[in-house]
Design a protein around this ligand. Structure first.
Ligand code: PYC
Length: 418
């Protein structure tokens, strides 16, 4: 790190006693006329990529362009779940690296990201989902991932309030149990990466929108922004929600449909829920935050849209499904609901790598998996840009798989049916 105040107990004491202000986490800069690398999107993917370009490869002449404020998109709207219990060998290895990076992130960034590995439990209410859980567990084990199928007795031990009796309307036959999974403070991850990148000299331009990408003779030459033109030979599209529109600016077509994903949070109550609990059959996942709120999510909305507003239909269905699982919380009040945008690909796997336009790199198509992938995507895309070659961990996720038919079917690892 070139310049930054280390956060520590001593620094806290010094600032408290001296009544000093803390330095800004992100400095303000006027956009330079050119950068070696321009990253579009100041979410956790863009910021992580900028951080690793600087920290791992010494590439610091980098700008992150964000049309709103950092973390205002999917990075601040997800339900903050981290896990690596995926269905495909490619997906499991990739997300496992992300869990490893998350485990070391607070120390790496000197920022408390509050990662709590409380375990991740995916319930099976019928034979076919139990079969998928066994499949996932076996794939996971081949990747060294701690993941196994457990029965109703063990589920009851881990989540005592859960009704595992055979009389339940949707009886619980078993679950995929993944102890390293958990939850994290998503805004802290955004700010930690931003602070790290900023300290290395990366420029983070908020309130700055990319309005065009200049391509000459098949190669990127710059971006047009609401604060002027910036020349560059490398543009990385790290957007979510608008990734296909941004790619179209460079003349690149992406097989993406954007759909909202809604979530909601309750008032805080005393702690009673340890693991993250997921029920695909009931289209719901729930975790309890450190403050005691329950955070719920469901399936993506059944239509393409760029709306980030919540709907009453979502809340009614959510309540119905949650109460099948946890009738005891019927009197809890929901405080807020919101939506984020998910860029869905045909095989539910992301698109990472080079495109037909020289210098235009994509890190997009994250569907409902984006937040948990940010550290590894940032690390690997930075490596791709720095070395000019595709790292093996992300090679399966290239755009040309939709032409050559080598899809990475990851729908079976979705938290809920979509
Ligand atoms: O894949 O774990 C997941 C997830 C939870 C919410 C959205 N995606």
């Amino acid at each position: 790190m070139t310049r930054r105040t280390r956060y520590s107990a001593l620094a806290l004491l010094r600032h408290g006693l001296g009544r000093q202000d803390w330095p800004r986490v992100v400095d303000h800069h006027e956009p330079a006329r050119s950068y070696q690398v321009v990253i579009i999107g100041g979410g956790v993917h863009g910021l992580a990529t900028a951080y690793y370009l600087a920290a791992n490869h010494g590439i610091t002449d980098v700008a992150v362009i964000e049309k709103s404020y950092i973390g205002s998109g999917g990075s601040g709207r997800n339900t903050a779940i981290v896990r690596s219990n995926y269905l495909t060998p490619e997906g499991a290895s990739f997300y496992q690296r992300s869990v490893e990076l998350y485990e070391g992130l607070a120390a790496e960034l000197n920022f408390n990201v509050m990662f709590e590995q409380r375990g991740h439990m995916t319930l099976a209410h019928n034979d076919s989902s139990l079969r998928t859980m066994h499949w996932r567990a076996e794939v996971n084990k081949t990747r060294g991932i701690d993941s196994s199928v457990i029965g109703p007795g063990e589920i009851k031990r881990l989540v005592p309030f859960m009704d595992v009796s055979a009389n339940a309307r949707y009886p619980i036959l078993g679950a995929l149990w993944h102890p390293p999974g958990g939850i994290i403070r998503h805004d802290a991850v955004v700010w930690g990466y931003a602070r790290g990148a900023n300290a290395h000299g990366v420029h983070i331009h908020q309130d700055t929108e990319v309005t065009g990408i200049d391509v000459t003779n098949g190669a990127v030459t710059g971006v047009e922004t609401t604060r002027g033109r910036i020349a560059t030979g490398t543009v990385i599209n790290c957007t979510a929600g608008w990734s296909s529109l941004v790619a179209a600016m460079a003349g690149v077509r992406l097989p993406i449909l954007t759909r909202p994903l809604q979530a909601a949070v309750t008032e805080p109550v005393k702690h009673f829920l340890g693991p993250v609990v997921v029920s695909g059959t009931l289209h719901v996942y729930v975790s309890q935050t450190a403050r005691g709120e329950l955070v719920f999510g469901a399936s993506v909305d059944p239509f393409a849209s760029y709306s980030t507003r919540g709907s009453l239909e979502f809340t009614e269905n959510l309540a119905k499904h949650v109460l099948e699982l946890m009738p005891a919380i019927a009197k809890m009040r929901l405080l807020r609901q919101w939506a984020g945008l998910c860029d869905m690909t045909p095989d539910f796997a992301p698109i990472m790598g080079f495109t037909a336009v020289d210098g235009f790199v994509v890190d997009v198509g994250w569907g409902t998996y984006g937040f948990k992938a940010a550290p590894v995507a940032g690390e690997q895309i930075a490596r791709l840009v720095a070395t000019g070659s595709v790292p093996p961990l992300i090679a399966p996720f290239s755009l040309d798989r939709f032409e050559n038919g080598r899809l990475v079917g990851e729908k079976g690892a979705a938290a809920v049916g979509h």
